[in-house]
Design a protein around this ligand. Structure first.
Ligand code: NAI
Length: 363
């Protein structure tokens, strides 16, 4: 069956990684019609905005999108194109599976966990008050008058909203995901001991939602700082982990670092109506246009997209071929050569992709 998918190449290495991804999806036998749409800093000249309405409409029309990284130009009214896209389409789940790929330079061989990050609120809600602005000073006076605490007058302020609604939605998604994927445990990470009305609410609601899954999926909770230490020392103890937005963002990169780095970390932003898949990494301006980017993260994101489209055979073939290329270790991009301290030629994006196509042809 043919599926139409909105493809947003994005900025920097985006064209290279999404180009490689399109080749691999075709080689895996999936029939995808790509509708290309613009977003990011590089489309400013043409559209006058880093997030054209036509791009949002294209995702809405096709229901499924896959994107390369997007940078956000300063002074466009957007704090982040990604945050705006996730909010506009209500992509409230950020899903990031993290697993060891032998040969990819991971610190452990047995990592197999899934990060479920709330995507719409927390400190990323974008509600901020500039230091010295009338609104910031008024807010400082209000907080003082409430007896809630004193804030230095020369402070900038970012608001951290955590709602019952968003928390219940994200924790429920984590449990549903665990049930569907045959996973056994959901861990909630928080700092409820300090931030009682935001993280405290998150933990309270997580415990409530967990009760509905008692006997089917275990529930576990960790304070975020202890979680980081536990994760670095023994990631095998984790299964599905659910986070408020900011901790989830940081933990994703930490987890990616344990299995070989950003070059191999895939992800998805999922809502009730739409889904947009994307690598965890950014536009990597330092290597953009040099044919040096590792397209694995984007390619593994496409495998997640194919699973979402019920094209499980093609998705599994892609994962198998990726594992084979890393196991052989002959065509590794520079980031992986550095992570593995291995000698041998550094493969270009093109060479890596060709090796992957060859593996797919053998399957
Ligand atoms: P980055 O992820 O682009 O780069 C960090 C480091 O990792 C760089 O040394 C880069 O060369 C390397 N790297 C990243 N992806 C790689 C790949 N596939 N292969 C090989 N090496 C890779 O993070 P940075 O520099 O903080 O952000 C650059 C831009 O990307 C910023 O404008 C940022 O806002 C944007 N960004 C966009 C994201 C998205 O669209 N989802 C996510 C993160 C950042």
């Amino acid at each position: 069956m043919q599926h139409t998918v909105t493809l947003i190449p994005g900025d920097g290495i985006g064209r290279e990684t999404t180009g490689a991804m399109q080749q691999i999806v075709a080689a895996a036998g999936a029939d995808i019609a790509w509708e290309v749409a613009d977003a990011g800093a590089e489309c400013m000249d043409e559209h006058g905005t880093p997030l054209p309405e036509s791009t949002i409409e294209a995702v809405k029309r096709n229901k499924v999108g896959i994107k390369g990284p997007t940078a956000t130009p300063i002074g466009t009214g957007f704090r982040s194109v990604n945050v705006a896209l996730r909010k506009t389409l209500d992509l409230y789940v950020c899903l990031r599976p993290v697993f060891s790929i032998p040969g990819a330079g991971g610190r452990y061989d047995d990592v197999d966990l899934v990060i479920v990050r709330e995507n719409t609120e927390d400190l990323y809600a974008g509600i901020e008050f500039e230091e010295g602005s009338p609104a910031a000073l008024e807010l400082i006076d209000f907080i003082d008058a409430q007896g809630a605490g004193s804030i230095r007058k020369d402070s900038g302020i970012s608001i951290k909203p955590i709602s019952v609604t968003a928390t219940r939605n994200i924790v429920d998604y984590a449990f549903q995901y665990a049930v569907k994927q045959g996973r056994h445990k959901v861990t909630a990470a928080h700092k409820a001991n300090i931030m009682k009305h935001s993280d405290g609410l998150f933990l309270r609601e997580a415990r409530e939602v967990a009760k509905g899954y008692a006997g089917r999926v275990d529930f576990d909770e960790r304070i975020i700082d202890a979680f980081c230490m536990n994760m670095v020392m023994d990631p095998s103890q984790f299964d599905v982990i659910v986070f408020p937005n900011l901790y989830g963002d940081i933990a994703s990169d930490l987890a990616a670092g344990l299995v070989g780095g950003l070059g191999i970390a895939p992800g998805a932003n999922i809502g009730k109506d739409y889904a947009v898949f994307e690598a965890v990494h950014g536009s990597a301006p330092d290597i953009a246009g040099k044919n040096l980017a590792n397209p694995t993260a984007e390619i593994l994101s496409s495998a997640m997209m194919l699973d979402h489209l019920e094209e499980h055979g093609a998705a599994e073939r892609i994962r198998q071929a990726v594992r084979a290329v890393y196991a052989k270790g002959e065509h590794l991009t520079g980031d992986i050569r550095r992570a593995t301290d291995s000698v041998g030629a550094v493969a270009t994006t093109t060479e890596f992709t060709e090796a992957l196509v060859k593996e797919l042809e053998l399957l």
